[in-house]
Write a protein that binds this ligand. Structure first.
Ligand SMILES: Nc1ncnc2c1ncn2[C@@H]1O[C@H](COP(=O)(O)OP(=O)(O)O)[C@@H](O)[C@H]1O
Ligand SMILES: [Mg+2]
Ligand SMILES: [Zn+2]
Length: 347
């Protein structure tokens, strides 16, 4: 059954939000969202909102389970730290992160994932940016994820051979997600553990900016094989990138290295080269922080325009210089994740 059809059958947070945004009035918190509903739905909706923001139908209680149904699947706290839980069927998980927004995390995630998929790996992308999902646009995907036969997991959408899941599939492109942290965390849990990826060699998680709840949840609850830090060479981005690095170090997530995005600008008219955001800042920072430098991606209007059209440069211009940047980075990442295959030539 289509996911949105199911949503239509029971009021959920998503449905509420869609309704609210269609009416043009965006209310700033769950409580006031719920208050706009009839009295009966206030309490029931609230329960659904907090427990199950994506509205995934629940299984009936297992025989012998307590009155509240089967035990929750959320990892239990152990000595104050949540237990890490692998994602079913997924061999390696990497996060693409930075402290700052707009430095190219999503663009890098997509092109890196596609470049690695081109190296004979089964790859998926999880968009962990609940408030600003970019994957639907970048991967030219829209529509409703189906539910699995058991109706407890979402089926990812696929384009260019890469499976994708994003909050953006569950709400209209212009509808804001107006949720408090608790809801966001629960939605993240569902995106992490209730998606049917099948068998994947690699899941790339496109992270939101910052060093908050989402970053902590993902680094503490998911066994990350590594983190790729993206930064521009600009000091203001590097300051935040350092914070990102330090946060992942603190939670013992291995850092694969740093990507320097938008380093060199090549004018599409005259081929004049300039370092708009400074020269080599991310490379220097990587050295100072004892991290590997994974490579450069130049600032070019093609990358931006093709991204906006949902035609990532790695697949739409596979022989371009830009695609080569991403493929070079992909080769380094693959060599780190699968050291025994390090000699495999990248194509
Ligand atoms: N190397 C690049 N050259 C040109 N535009 C880029 C490049 N990298 C990213 N962009 C553009 O910059 C904007 C922000 O990129 P995005 O990947 O969404 O950043 P983030 O996910 O870090 O917020 C987008 O419009 C994207 O197309
Ligand atoms: Mg992004
Ligand atoms: Zn010029």
């Amino acid at each position: 059954m289509a996911f949105r059809t199911l949503l239509a059958q029971r009021p959920t947070g998503i449905q509420l939000l869609a309704r609210t945004s269609r009416q043009g009035a965006v209310t700033p918190c769950i409580t006031s969202l719920a208050a706009s509903e009839s009295r009966r739905t206030i309490s029931s909706t609230r329960a659904v909102l907090h427990e199950n923001p994506l509205g995934i139908p629940r299984k009936p209680p297992a025989p012998g389970a307590g009155p509240k149904g089967p035990a929750p699947t959320m990892p239990r706290m152990q000595r104050g730290l949540p237990q890490k839980m692998p994602i079913k069927g997924v061999k390696h998980i990497i996060a693409v992160a930075s402290g700052k927004g707009g430095v190219g995390k999503s663009t890098t995630s997509v092109n890196l994932a596609l470049a690695i998929a081109g190296m004979n790996k089964r790859v998926g992308i999880l968009d962990a940016d609940i408030f600003g999902p970019s994957i639907p646009r970048l991967m030219n995907l829209s529509g409703e994820p189906e539910l699995t036969g058991t109706e407890d997991r979402l089926v990812p959408l696929t384009n260019f051979g890469v499976k994708c899941m994003s909050m953006g599939f569950l709400v209209d492109e212009e509808a804001p997600v107006v949720w408090r942290g608790l809801m966001v965390m629960k939605a993240l849990q569902q995106l992490l553990h209730q998606v049917e990826w099948g068998e994947l060699d690699l899941l790339v998680i496109d992270m939101p900016p910052g060093t908050g709840d989402t970053q902590l949840t993902i680094s503490q609850q998911i066994p990350l094989s590594g983190v790729v830090i993206v930064s521009t060479p600009q000091d203001i981005a590097l300051i935040d990138a350092r914070k990102g690095v330090n946060m992942f170090k603190k939670v013992n997530a291995p850092i694969l290295g740093m990507v320097q995005n938008m380093s060199l600008h090549v004018c599409s008219n005259c081929n004049h080269e300039s370092h708009i955001f400074g020269d080599g800042g991310a490379e220097r920072t990587a050295k100072e922080m004892n991290l590997d430098f994974l490579g450069d991606v130049a600032l070019h209007s093609d990358i931006c325009q093709l991204s906006d059209k949902g035609q990532p440069v790695v697949v739409s211009r596979p022989d371009s210089k830009h695609a080569q940047y991403y493929k070079a980075i992909a080769s380094k990442v693959v060599a780190k994740l699968w050291p025994s295959e390090a000699a495999t030539p990248s194509s």
